[in-house]
Design a binder for this molecule. Structure first.
Ligand SMILES: Cc1cc2nc3c(=O)[nH]c(=O)nc-3n(C[C@H](O)[C@H](O)[C@H](O)COP(=O)(O)OP(=O)(O)OC[C@H]3O[C@@H](n4cnc5c(N)ncnc54)[C@H](O)[C@@H]3O)c2cc1C
Length: 465
């Protein structure tokens, strides 16, 4: 059996590794458009900040590790076309020569590409690019271009367009590098994936670090700086009330989300689903014979919402693993996402899992969200931090639907959200969280963990004893 995976990132490599595990006799080839297979895209902000000193350290595994696991890597090789009936993949290799690779099973892991918002100067023939200091960020290639600007032009200021989790991580990174950062976000609060009550705490942390945060501000144009003004670039925006806002900057980074890269799959006849991502079933089958797809290019099965699009590295790894196992003859289903995510913003962290109030309403629940606070460990032991929590549960069934957390980066925000994610995964009620046997010692926790205190606050507020 010859399995070919297209894409050398989380989904493609996970599929390749799993296929070899399930069937050690399988021949496995990975076709990747760049030369950086199995790099941790999620780690890019920490290389840019300087906290990770070498880009090579971002590799989850080296090329030698991957080859030792039994896969053939075809790097700098772009898949152009799939001959579905002939089970052949047409590729262009590093020299530009075309070649045909036969497969028995194919996994498409072409990922996503950054969204180009409609900003004058970002799109079209006269668009400004990396040589002008205007950057997007998704790949190692984008990272090298950004580092080139940082190292060769020593910018003093940056405008970051977008305050989602990648925009926030990059604000942290560029501020850590010593740049004066202005963050522009068109929505009313930063980190719009959490409730504004927690977004406001993220906002406060940014401001405390000297970041200028402009919310409700839509960027319209990136132009060359007028003569006599500071900075190489001039960012023109407008507020919700129509007031113009302009800021000079030596560097502009546009990070406003991604869209699925579906070109290869669509040209082969694959159907599309949520947000234009490749439609797959829970076995990661595309519906085309012997063709699976996984990662940021496909729709995501959400355990509470059904079909969504939720591009995350954790999900890409799991979906890739399912696709690889099934391509190798297995029978595995993707169990589904809860959109669990966490982001570090300087010394704070924000996390969420499951649904927020409005999402729960749209999914047909009758949600109540209750905010509360608790210490991460006993207050008498030095170094305790407050954790801000928002619990969303269904009023009629008492079922836990979602949790959002904000607190110090050393307050175990990530692991506490994982407790909540586990509870939602197993359809627990909010009240049952108090029954969980969680660990305790005063320097690290409390007899009732913060997560249990948040659950109890919800039960008290809703009267669902
Ligand atoms: C800065 C940053 C930080 C992030 N942080 C986090 C985080 O903290 N947590 C988290 O869960 N997620 C995070 N993510 C998201 C995560 O990185 C992605 O969800 C994940 O990388 C998706 O993996 P993928 O394999 O589906 O696609 P991608 O990583 O997009 O990779 C697709 C691959 O396919 C290749 N390719 C595309 N077309 C072709 C073709 N025709 N032929 C050959 N090769 C092709 C591309 O070159 C690329 O190597 C972050 C993303 C970024 C950009």
């Amino acid at each position: 059996m010859h399995m070919v995976a297209v894409g050398g990132s989380d989904a493609g490599i996970s599929a390749a590794l799993r296929a070899r595990e399930v069937d050690p006799a399988a021949e496995v080839t990975v076709v990747a458009a760049d030369a950086y297979p199995n790099f941790s895209i999620c780690g890019i902000p920490y290389y840019v900040s300087g906290e990770v000193s070498r880009w090579q350290n971002l590799a989850h595994r080296t090329t030698a590790d991957l080859e030792a696991a039994g896969m053939t890597l075809r790097l700098d090789t772009t898949a152009r076309r799939i001959d579905v009936t002939g089970r052949k993949l047409q590729v262009t290799g590093p020299s530009g020569a075309e070649e045909v690779i036969s497969y028995d099973q194919l996994v498409i892991g072409t990922g996503a590409v950054p969204v180009h918002p409609p900003i004058h100067g970002l799109n079209g023939p006269d668009a400004r690019g990396t040589a002008d200091g205007v950057h997007l960020l998704h790949s190692m290639g984008d990272t090298f271009a950004l580092m080139h600007t940082l190292e060769q032009t020593s910018p003093g200021s940056a405008v970051i367009v977008g305050a989602g989790y990648i925009g926030l991580e990059m604000t942290d990174a560029l501020t850590t590098r010593g740049l004066a950062v202005t963050q522009m976000e068109q929505l009313p609060e930063v980190l719009p994936t959490v409730d504004p009550e927690l977004g406001a705490l993220v906002h406060a942390e940014l401001s405390a670090r000297g970041v200028e945060v402009l919310t409700g501000t839509t960027v319209q144009a990136i132009t060359k700086t007028p003569a006599g003004e500071h900075g190489r670039l001039w960012v023109e925006a407008v507020t919700g009330s129509g007031q113009p806002v302009t800021r000079p900057a030596d560097l502009v980074l546009v990070v406003v989300g991604v869209r699925p890269d579906t070109h290869l799959a669509v040209s082969a006849g694959a159907s599309l689903g949520a947000r234009g991502a490749i439609k797959v079933d829970r076995a990661m089958r595309t519906g085309l014979p012997d063709i699976y797809a996984a990662g940021d290019c496909v729709v995501t099965h959400h355990r509470l919402l059904g079909e969504t699009y939720l591009p995350l590295g954790t999900t890409a790894h799991k979906q890739g693993r399912v696709a690889g196992e099934n391509a190798a003859g297995g029978n595995r289903q993707f169990a589904g996402s809860l959109g669990t995510q966490v982001v570090k913003i300087f010394d704070q962290a924000a996390a969420r899992t499951g649904l927020r109030d409005h999402e729960a309403v749209a999914a047909g629940f009758d949600p109540v969200t209750v905010g509360s606070e608790a210490d991460d460990h006993k207050g008498y032991y030095p170094g305790s931090h407050r954790i801000h929590m928002r619990f969303t549960g269904d009023r009629s069934s008492g079922r836990l639907l979602g949790v959002q957390l904000f607190g110090h980066r050393h307050a175990e925000i990530a692991k506490r959200i994982d407790v909540a994610a586990t509870a939602i995964f197993h359809t627990m009620t909010v009240e049952a969280i108090s029954d969980l046997d969680l660990s305790y010692t005063p320097p690290l926790g409390s007899p009732w963990d913060a997560i249990q205190l948040g659950a109890q606050a919800w039960v008290r507020a809703t009267g669902r004893h």
